[in-house]
Design a protein around this ligand. Structure first.
Ligand code: AKB
Length: 311
């Protein structure tokens, strides 16, 4: 990993992954790119439209990139609002990245996949890495096809393609946008501000979650793992499972007035098609994945970071 390109560096994971990489590698070796800029984005962010293959090729050649963390994607709920765009960005963008990697000697491509790649027929508890996968959202379809595409390029073109399936990610720094798991971030922010949270899922909808520092470590840990230790190209990673009612109860022990209002909408059917917990023993044995944050530790850190912002 001598010269690293991050796509989607202004997204929920991108901002903190960029910081995580910059804390390990000199700034001269990390190139952050996105189609937009936003508060908290890296100062020297490079413009990159992932649907434009020529642009990716130019940047990869100019910067002599050998490793790409490919994060640019539309999340599940936004993908349902605009399925064609989700297909173009999530799958077309990945195909562009892999083709440029093949043509310009990029050695390694790391791409986050998601629990969205599973579907309603998938076993919901301790879902194994290899199981029935028939996703019903456009997001899930593009991510499952993306996993297969990454695998295809790894076998055919010698690119070292690596992926992991993330659950919902909770972050104090960056708010998510367009996901089905966004309610959890919203609960923390509304509880701290003393505002009413409106939850778009049923109170008892259990889904897997992970705290952002663990997600960043997972991506970097997988990228740095010795190739000879990896027995597969896509890994489940699990941290904790939460239902809105469980997080609400936990937050009520700190903010007694916190009482969300439940108004399930179309995102409920996406959530109902996803697993509640993942079997991640391959990640644990192959590259020593081990999350550091449970609900208590995550909440303590979230509140420490969010409270000063209350002003
Ligand atoms: C989403 O809700 O779409 C994402 C995910 C679980 O991949 N957070």
């Amino acid at each position: 990993m001598d010269r690293i390109l991050i796509t989607g560096a202004v997204g929920q994971i991108g901002i903190e992954l960029t910081e995580g990489l910059l804390s390990r590698f000199p700034a001269s070796r990390v190139v952050a790119s996105d189609i937009r800029s936003a508060a908290g984005a890296p100062a020297d962010i490079r413009y990159l439209d992932i649907t434009d293959k020529a642009q990716i090729a130019r940047l990869v050649m100019e910067e002599r990139i050998d490793t790409i963390f490919h994060l640019a994607a539309l999340l599940s709920a936004r993908g349902e609002q605009n399925p064609q765009l989700a297909f173009a960005v999530n799958l077309g963008g990945l195909l562009n990245v892999l083709e440029v990697a093949r043509q310009h000697g990029v050695k390694k491509v790391i791409m986050p996949s998601t629990i969205g790649a599973f579907g309603p027929d998938t076993p919901k508890i301790d879902t194994p890495d290899d199981t029935l996968m028939r996703p019903t959202s456009m997001y899930g379809i593009t991510k499952l096809a993306g996993e297969l595409l990454l695998d295809y390029y790894s076998r055919r073109s010698g690119i070292d393609g690596r992926s992991l399936r993330f659950p919902g990610i909770i972050s104090s720094r960056t708010e998510p946008g367009g996901g089905t798991t966004d309610w959890a971030d919203d609960f923390y922010r509304k509880a701290v501000r003393g505002e009413k949270a409106i939850c778009f899922l049923r109170a008892d909808t259990r889904l897997p979650f992970m705290y952002m520092p663990d997600a960043v470590e997972a991506l970097i840990g997988l990228a740095l793992a010795e190739r000879s230790r990896l027995s597969r190209s896509v890994y489940n990673v699990h941290s904790l499972t939460l239902a809105p009612t469980e997080l609400a109860k936990f937050l009520q022990s700190i903010f007694p007035d916190f009482e969300p209002l439940y108004q399930p909408d179309s995102r409920q059917s996406i959530a109902d098609s996803w697993p509640q917990s993942l079997d991640d023993h391959h990640a644990r044995t192959d590259w020593d994945w081990s999350p550091q944050y449970d609900l208590q530790r995550m909440t303590a850190d979230m509140l420490k970071n969010l409270k000063p912002k209350r002003g």
